[in-house]
Design a protein around this ligand. Structure first.
Ligand code: ATP
Length: 448
């Protein structure tokens, strides 16, 4: 029997797996869906939570980074100070022929703007379109009540710099990490959960003495690369791209994009920026509150520089799913082919850590299998499945990335042993039920 491995070629294969297995559904699907909004189902919400937890622990299980959970709605002046009211815009062009609206840079071809839908050059001048969602606070819908849904989580960190520094008694250098929803009225969202209008960001702002900023920037690049590799992303699918001087955002002194090779091409996954003292100085000016740091040891006062790492949680989930997906195609002896779909996720991220599969529905097997389930569920998310052939049940677990399948058979009742099957090698071992928890815990430990 020969076999070959195919990786994900087409996003639609992943989209349908996600829907079929309850990872990701289209938002408001029964009403025809809502543009570029997605809901995470039972397995997807657990997977996403595992991704957030991995990021959160990597950030905050160090003595120099603390957490924050700021509100989505903020004082409207925040967005004036940050530059979002004036400059968080995309140049928007309308095609006069097919009426498609697109971002000017998405239609650039040989120095001309061409409609990406119908290739017409009959297009309008570019107009700036602000990407922030607006809403009203309180019962009166007038200009004085306008507030914005935050387009990034970073500003919640900047405006709390003083609160966090003094309450956590942190000395520079230190960082503040946050996970939360952001909203951007993107003109051309798409590619499933890659670019959406509502998404979750995982950002960390690290406050440093200005003359040490370049060193910290280099360290964070390394730290973030190691994190992404440890999660399981393939090294050859990641690259670091430095922004040229004229590509830098208004706030940035230096910037790197971490790009990942999605099935639709190389795209930004994470941004690592040296933001200088731009943000704290802007908030000082607009709020008239001092946002300086006093270094007691050197009796020095300064506005810290900020090194930022910013990654979209949904985008990282997509990269991880694309990366993990594989099809193992085998030629069978009878001339037919067999396809095994596997999500080779790092077990730390898998929605289920183990599945418990009684070989038959006989009550004494069910009883033992439920007992094993009750033991394991105190440690991990596990799934009990007794329907269908054992082969089909293995495949169901493979395609959602469950690292271990535990089969309870007729002998298990007498010999107090079960068969444990490994997702990637498909190898099977017979082990004592009493040893299961330790066995699985040790296996996870070795994996990382
Ligand atoms: P892009 O160039 O893709 O629009 P950006 O450079 O504007 O992204 P940042 O403002 O640096 O992105 O945001 C940090 C991270 O947040 C991005 O690297 C990305 O992972 C994520 N992100 C930004 N916009 C979206 C979106 N509309 N949907 C999902 N994730 C997003």
């Amino acid at each position: 029997m020969s076999s070959k491995i195919e990786h994900l070629k087409d996003l639609s294969t992943l989209v349908s797996l996600c829907k079929r297995r309850g990872l990701v559904f289209q938002s408001s699907e029964i009403y025809g869906g809502l543009g570029s909004c997605w809901d995470y189902g039972p397995l997807g919400s657990q997977f996403k939570l595992n991704v957030k937890l991995a990021w959160w622990q990597a950030m905050t299980r160090r003595s120099d980074v603390v957490g924050l959970d700021a509100a989505i709605l903020m004082h409207p002046t925040v967005w004036k100070a940050s530059g979002h009211v004036d400059t968080f815009t995309d140049p928007l062009v309308d095609c006069k022929d097919c009426k498609t609206r697109f971002r000017e840079d998405h239609g650039m071809k040989d120095g001309k703007v061409v409609c990406p839908n119908c290739q017409s050059e009959n297009v309008t001048e570019a107009r700036n379109f602000n990407l922030m969602f607006k809403t009203f606070m309180g019962p009166v819908e007038d200009d004085g009540a306008v507030v914005f849904l935050r387009p990034e989580t970073a500003q919640g960190i900047f405006v709390n710099f003083e609160n966090v520094q003094t309450s956590a008694r942190k000395k520079i250098p230190f960082g503040i990490a946050q996970i939360g929803k952001s909203f951007r009225n993107e003109i051309t969202p798409g590619n499933f959960i890659f670019r959406t209008r509502e998404f979750e960001q995982m950002e960390m702002q690290y406050f440093v003495k200005p003359d040490t900023a370049s060193d910290h920037f280099e360290q964070w690049k390394e730290t973030r690369k190691n994190f992404l590799l440890a999660l399981g992303l393939k090294e050859e699918k990641l690259k670091f791209v430095e922004h040229g001087e004229n590509e830098l955002a208004h706030y940035a002194k230096a910037a790197f994009d971490v790009e990942y090779e999605f099935p639709f091409g190389w795209q930004e996954l994470e941004g690592i920026h040296n933001r200088g003292d731009f943000d704290l100085k802007q908030h000082q000016e607009f709020s008239s509150k001092k946002l300086e740091y006093f270094d007691e040891a050197n009796k020095e006062k300064y506005v810290p520089y900020v090194i930022e790492t910013a990654i979209g949680c949904d985008r990282l989930c997509l990269a991880l799913l694309c990366d993990a997906y594989r099809e193992e195609i085998s030629e069978l002896d009878n001339g037919k082919t067999d396809k095994r779909v596997v999500l080779g996720l790092n077990p730390q991220l898998s929605p289920y850590k183990a599945a418990i599969l009684p070989l038959s529905k006989k009550p004494h097997l069910q009883e033992l299998a439920h007992k094993i389930e009750a033991d394991l569920i105190t440690h991990w998310e596990v799934n009990y499945d007794e329907s269908g052939s054992i082969g089909k049940r293995y495949r169901r677990q493979d395609e959602v990335g469950t690292p271990f399948c535990i089969t309870v058979d007729f002998e298990s009742v007498d010999d107090k042993k079960v068969t444990i099957r490994h997702r990637d090698s498909m190898e099977q071992e017979r082990i004592e039920i009493e040893q299961l928890t330790k066995y699985i815990a040790d296996a996870f430990h070795q994996w990382n």
